[in-house]
Design a protein around this ligand. Structure first.
Ligand code: SF4
Length: 241
């Protein structure tokens, strides 16, 4: 059976979303070392990796990790979970320069070999902080439409919505907006779940693991392997610097 490793490679983030499930924020500073990353990967057999955070694009060795895994010749898929803040957008006087942003994003991701999946986050807090967030997501989709024509590159937006009372309409406005800008069909839309900074929100459900046909492991930024225990990894991340 394929092994999949979910690496939270840092708990540092350039955003501080109120309901963050992994206790990540700008003041945190734990980064998984490249050496620990290499040691955790299996010595034989195919595997997949998902690099997430915090914000993985803040990790100085993010690209080294991807290249190392792909150079083993046994890494069948790389997935990057990112808030998409640091991608190489271009701007014009009126906002985002869509065409140049698409080109820049395409160039950035084409240096990684397929199979490559990107999962950019969309939620109320990211949009509140950056009014261009959804425009930027549109440019990411533009880049990946081009990348899909040259290899196994794919994109799915990771959308988290809030329940009442934090949102008057359960963030239906966001779902409607995704439909309007034609991103809904490539989005996984879930309510926030009750863990991390949301663990006392009684309106939310406990996390559930979607049945997964792979053997998977959850790794925190200190290199600890929490097996399949999502909540334990999250609580472990709370205690890291
Ligand atoms: S939810 Fe994502 S973007 Fe927001 S603070 Fe947590 S890791 Fe950062």
């Amino acid at each position: 059976m394929t092994k999949r490793y979910y690496f939270a490679i840092t708990n540092k983030c350039n955003r501080s979303c109120e309901l963050c499930s992994c206790y990540s924020e700008p003041k945190r500073n734990t980064f998984l070392s490249l050496e620990k990353f290499k040691k955790i990967l299996p010595e034989e057999g195919n595997f997949e990796i998902q690099l997430e955070g915090g914000e993985p694009l803040l990790h100085p060795n993010l690209e080294d990790m991807i290249f190392y895994a792909q150079e083993t010749g046994r890494c069948s898929k790389v997935t990057l979970g990112t808030n998409a803040v640091l991608l190489p957008y271009a701007y014009s006087d009126s906002g985002l320069d869509y065409d140049k942003s698409v080109e820049n994003i395409k160039n950035y991701f084409s240096k990684f070999k397929p199979s490559f999946v990107i999962k950019p986050s969309i939620n109320f807090y990211l949009i509140e902080k950056d009014k261009l967030h959804l425009d930027k997501c549109g440019a990411i989709w533009g880049a990946f439409k081009d990348l899909k024509s040259i290899g196994d590159y794919s994109l799915v937006f990771n959308v988290r919505i809030r329940k009442k009372p934090l949102s008057e309409d359960d963030d239906q406005w966001l779902v409607d907006e995704l439909e309007r800008i034609k991103l809904k069909e490539i989005s996984n839309i879930f309510f926030y779940q009750r863990y991390g900074y949301a663990k006392d929100r009684e309106e939310l459900e406990e996390p559930f693991i979607i049945p997964n046909p792979v053997d998977f492991y959850l790794i925190s930024p200190d290199g600890k392997n929490w097996g399949k225990d999502l909540i334990a990894r999250s609580e472990g991340m709370k205690d890291l610097e």
